[in-house]
Design a protein around this ligand. Structure first.
Ligand code: FPP
Ligand code: MG
Length: 328
């Protein structure tokens, strides 16, 4: 049943703060038992390093919007946060990243082997908690999303540049590596809350479109962000030869000289970041990327337009808009 209580404060932080605390508490109570010092050091590092907790927040807002308050939502959110943290531990090894959220990555502090193994540990813990929830639908949704994440990452690593497929490949990759988990969170929260299949489908699509917009902005910030604000190394995608939306736009709109420059970057790795920024700016690629993200935001807004107005729906909308306006 839909919760249409409009009387309380509509600020997102007020809505999710006690659930987030409960999730953190659940995590720390349940990793102590592992008795593995390395794991708890890395998990504490991740939990305290100021990640945005977007995925659990989506679960908590949707559960509230659908009037669901049973304890298992905390376990599902903790599982999703651990699946996400496992992907970050592995991703930072693959990308040889040095900083995330303004702090040293686990691979820099503890090394690659520790990051990979603790990533594996988080993944197995997440699935143990999901099994404890006893809901095969939720388990199925989150295992499918985890499978999709890995496929997206493999496709990103193995796909060679092809001018005719570059956009299609990019959207397929970000759909799998990012939007799939956003979508799964929204669908899992809906299913848990007893939503109708139509409501669950709309929220699942909302999450997918939210995730697409989020990753396009993430990829745009790689070209525009200020290192201090972003907390990551700016230009990292470019130096790795990662083909992202701003570069695709600059490539497609560029002169033949510009296209040759980008083809070289896409086929190996980029080295002249100033030149790339110059071409990105010349082709208005940042603005066009933000417009593309906005296109997904509008689709997401459309996905939830039929839900009754409530402070939770407002929070969901504000959360989506803030994710596009973000600088980090
Ligand atoms: C961040 O992308 C990476 C992801 C969203 C997915 C990473 C997935 C894996 C490494 C597969 C492992 C999966 C499991 C389930 C353990 P990015 O590098 O573009 O973003 P960033 O700038 O935040 O690093
Ligand atoms: Mg990365």
């Amino acid at each position: 049943m839909l919760n249409t209580d409009l009387t309380t404060n509509s600020k997102l932080d007020d809505i999710v703060s006690s659930d987030l605390l409960a999730m953190k508490d659940f995590i720390f109570r349940n990793i102590d038992d592992e008795g593995i010092r390395l794991a708890s050091d890395i998990i504490s590092h991740l939990v305290r390093s100021g990640g945005k907790k977007i995925r659990p927040k989506l679960i908590f807002i949707i559960c509230k919007m659908l009037n669901y308050s049973r304890e298992d939502r905390i376990k599902v959110a903790a599982s999703v946060e651990f699946i996400h943290n496992a992907t970050l531990l592995h991703d930072d090894v693959l990308d040889e990243s040095e900083a995330r959220h303004g702090v040293k990555t686990a691979n820099k502090v503890w090394g690659n082997k520790s990051s990979i193994l603790v990533g594996d540990l988080l993944l197995t813990l997440a699935f143990r908690w999901l099994i404890e929830c006893g809901n095969l639908n939720i388990l199925s949704i989150l295992s499918a999303a985890s499978h999709s994440l890995v496929k997206g990452e493999i496709k990103q690593m193995t796909t060679r540049f092809n001018p005719y497929m570059v956009r299609r490949n990019y959207f397929d990759i970000i759909g799998k590596k990012t939007a799939s988990l956003f979508s799964a969170c929204c669908e899992a929260a809906s299913v848990m809350s007893g939503a109708t299949s139509d409501e669950a489908e709309r929220l699942k699509n909302f999450g997918f479109n939210f995730g697409m917009a989020f990753q396009i902005i993430d990829d745009t910030l790689d070209y525009t962000a200020d290192q201090g604000t972003s907390g990551k190394q700016v230009g990292k995608d470019f130096f790795e030869g990662k083909i992202t939306f701003p570069a695709i736009v600059a490539y497609e709109k560029g002169s033949s000289v510009e296209q040759k420059f980008w083809e070289k970057c896409f086929s190996s790795v980029g080295s002249n970041f100033d030149q790339a920024l110059h071409y990105i700016n010349r082709q208005n690629a940042v603005q066009l990327s933000i417009e593309k993200a906005r296109y997904y935001v509008n689709m997401a807004l459309d996905n939830i337009s039929d839900f009754s107005d409530s402070l939770y729906k407002t929070a969901l909308t504000d959360f989506l808009n803030a994710s596009i306006a973000r600088q980090a």
